[in-house]
Design a protein. Structure first.
Length: 429
């Protein structure tokens, strides 16, 4: 008998991670896409997706009116998933104002699941955490609120998400998946489960902690590498040479890793290192490299804004009440995701100098930006109306703008992404 027979899967959280996962599983199993946001549930049940991560035709083709067969239905009613036996948790794991892990969504999701947890059920966590979090935080919540015993009545797996929002070349199925389970037998079940949808294959980690740590270091490594080139950008700015020129020259050696400087935001790279640092500090070790990299990357928005102001002064342009335009508020190009965007650091710093700052981003939801950052997006812009224009996100639409029409004597153009014709810009990272 197959270990996957009669599996009914509930995916908790229908955001950038949960929705693609739920849809892939819905091709093979009865699936409930669960989310506490009723508007999100209603949107998905209409076959729509505001995150733009899913093919709406695929959603509509998999939609069912109930959970009796292979396919998907979305719900915000916890009672709808009480007959399911596999629960996959994909809720956010942000940091708080003190850069400490905020496990509130994870605890709430675990507590809610405990109300429907039954003997033999499997809970798989995909949310990014520090090594040990699943067993130290989530499992006790499940046990306390369900009255069941871990690894006797119910079991746990961990398979870190590797979704790259906006990346259509490397979707969920094309990225190798790390899996793990709380017992060897459950590790096999979890691995087989993901093998049904992951074309790139799976890697079974020897423990939950190893799987958790693998995710944390993926993004911490990238963060540290980017912080190195960001520090180079700070140094080369003082030297008076272009960082991109230096990187291109160095990249002619076969073993040089060619990273680019920039703003490091988003739901993973700018957050996950703090989870790893939190665990290290709880064990009495103060991480040096990880936190130094975070300090460098967190100051880049301030550096960009200061460079813009200096360039304006060099041109004899007034600062107080001058109009500035920031192009882009999402954390990456051609994607509506605004989570932990560092573009807001540039905006706030420029406002701190007394500039009147407009923000234009056709990819972002104006209501989400207002809610998240207390910032009103400008619906349309004419770049010639501004004394400073800062390209923060290289959306395709921005790259097609006529920057050559700008009055070079009366406008500063700063290219954070180093994607524009360098003859048109006054500064870049």
């Amino acid at each position: 008998m197959s270990t996957l027979e009669n599996k009914r899967i509930a995916v908790i959280g229908q955001g950038y991670v949960g929705l693609p996962l739920a849809l892939e599983f819905a091709k093979h199993f009865p699936v409930c896409g669960f989310d506490i946001n009723l508007n999100r549930v209603e949107e998905l049940n209409r076959g729509e997706d505001s995150t733009l991560e899913a093919d709406t035709n695929l959603i509509k083709s998999l939609l069912k009116t109930d959970f009796s067969s292979v396919g998907i239905r979305f719900s915000s009613d916890i009672n709808q998933i009480k007959d399911f036996n596999v629960f996959i948790v994909t809720v956010p794991t942000p940091i708080d104002e003190f850069k400490a892990p905020d496990l509130t969504p994870l605890r709430k999701a675990s507590k809610a699941l405990a109300d429907v947890l039954k003997k033999g059920d499997l809970v798989i966590y995909e949310s990014t955490v520090y090594p040990g979090c699943t067993e130290e935080v989530c499992v006790p919540v499940l046990e306390k609120n369900s009255g069941l015993t871990f690894n006797k009545d119910f079991f746990v797996g961990y398979s870190p998400e590797r979704i790259n929002p906006g990346d259509k070349l490397r979707p969920l199925t094309k990225i190798k998946k790390v899996t793990s389970g709380s017992t060897p037998e459950i590790a096999e079940v979890v691995d087989q489960l993901y093998q049904t949808i992951i074309e790139a294959g799976t890697h079974r980690a020897p423990s939950l902690k190893v799987a958790e740590a693998s995710k944390a270091i993926e993004n911490a490594q990238r963060d540290v590498n980017i912080s190195f080139v960001n520090e180079l950008a700070l140094i080369f700015d003082k030297v008076g040479i272009d960082t991109t020129d230096v990187i291109e020259a160095a990249a002619t050696k076969w073993n040089f890793l060619s990273y680019k400087p920039g703003l490091v935001g988003g739901h993973c790279i700018g957050v996950d290192p703090y989870y790893l640092a939190h665990k290290a500090e709880s064990l009495g070790y103060h991480p040096q490299v990880i936190l130094s990299g975070r300090r460098v990357n967190d100051q880049m928005g301030m550096f960009v804004a200061n460079k813009v102001i200096k360039l304006m002064i060099d041109k004899g342009l007034p600062i107080k009440n001058s109009r500035a335009l920031v192009l882009g508020i999402t954390f990456k190009e051609n994607c509506p995701d605004i989570r932990n965007s560092k573009a807001i650091d540039v905006v706030r710093e420029l406002k701190g100098f007394g500039l009147n700052v407009d923000v234009f981003d056709p990819w972002a939801s104006a209501s989400e930006v207002q809610h998240e950052y207390d910032l009103s997006l400008t619906p349309e812009v004419n770049i010639s109306d501004y004394m400073a224009v800062v390209l923060v996100v290289s959306h395709d639409k921005f790259l097609n703008m006529n920057f050559a029409s700008m009055n070079r004597e009366k406008t500063v153009l700063f290219d954070v992404k180093s994607t524009l014709n360098r003859e048109l810009v006054d500064g870049r990272l």
